[in-house]
Design a binder for this molecule. Sequence first.
Ligand code: 5AD
Ligand code: SF4
Length: 461
Amino acid sequence: MTQNTDSNTRKVHIKTYGCQMNVYDSERMLETLRPLGFEMTAEAEGADLVILNTCHIREKASDKVYSELGRLREAQGRKSEAGGRMMLAVAGCVAQAEGEEILIRAPQVDMVFGPQTYHRLPELIARADRESGARQVETDFPVEDKFDHLPEERQTAGVTAFLTVQEGCDKFCTFCVVPYTRGSEQSRPVAAILREAEGLVAQGVREVTLLGQNVNAYHGIGPDGREWSLGRLARALAELPGLDRIRYTTSHPRDMDDELIAAHGDLPALMPFLHLPVQSGSDRILAAMNRKHTADEFRRIVDRLRAARPDLALSSDFIVGFPGETDAEFAETLRLVTDIGFASSFSFKYSPRPGTPASSMADAVPESVKSDRLAALNQLLEAQQEAFNHGCVGRRLPVLIEKPGRNPGQLVGRSPYLQPVHIDGTADLIGRVVDCDIDSLRSYSLFGRIAALTPEERACA
Ligand code: 5AD
Ligand code: SF4
């Protein structure tokens, strides 16, 4: 039996690729490893275990994994600091999608496990310890719920945290691998989420970002035995004392239901910044993508959200060069962007993913056309982002102070719109939401001053 003492502390290095869900999963992996005596190390060099928590969403994302495995080969040839061999694991969505294939392409890999099986890590490690040289693949979607097998206690540092409430996706957009790598939609029960949120708040967390591949399709069982929507869950979380801010990502326009839109109007804690991917402004392309809504339906959803919460800002995801996309259809995307006005966005060239319906569609768009469209779209989105950021100068914004700044006496926090905000102030303000007058903008950061504290705040400070 391994004791958690200094003499047999082992070092694990986890490298995370891709979305926030992977960031959350990496934290939880570390928590399952701690009882085995593992501690996190910032460098792969000298570690006893290196885990690559991978992303498969676009081709570039998965290519990175194989080049990193190549680089690690050399470090693996040397002994770990503890004198043993470095174990190498591939986790996450590439592991799920490629399974055994990874062991063939990368002979130095010891373990491959998917996003639904990392609660079995201790078992995999124990087996690897016992039967050194036995290589293992765990990519079945298990019948048990991994959340029931993860340590209850989360160990976080900092004032913001991710909290997974939903996983998987049943939407099957034709370009996307997620329904295959993360499986079908599963929502965690309300009580488990509230418990996790309470635990985070007790550790000083003031903002949680609720995560799910399709987070607003959330339909977990509530304490009343009924299915709760995300809007209802947000209402319950907003009542937790000490939890100042709630965010959620990533949403699908189809699941923006009345209850969630109303929650945006009613809950000051629900931040007025929403990531709502639209992908395209062309109805024909949206249908070919199987997005199940039109461009005008998206416009109407945004109108309703803005009516509920007038200071709401939006960000989105776009794909250019989906198979068969014409110049005129791309122009419709530009028109949608112009109509809506986004505070920030992510845009991607369409990348065919093996096994997805779009990957076998005719009329692939040439790479050079994709590049031109991406540049045109980015130019428009960047201009909108800059305009939005400029519009914040002169405003008074609530800022959640997160950490000390670069120089003594400086602090950094985040606006409701996730912009970094730099102010002068003392460390006791960390973890508090402070009204700040924004004076200037430098690249993507805002600079401001603490507005006069209310008498109540002064009493606390
Ligand atoms: N090609 C390009 N972009 C993609 N995305 C998902 N799959 C693909 C693909 N095959 C983008 C979508 C999604 C974001 C997370 O990644 O815009 O919203
Ligand atoms: Fe992928 Fe579409 Fe599901 Fe989002 S909604 S995860 S893009 S299939």
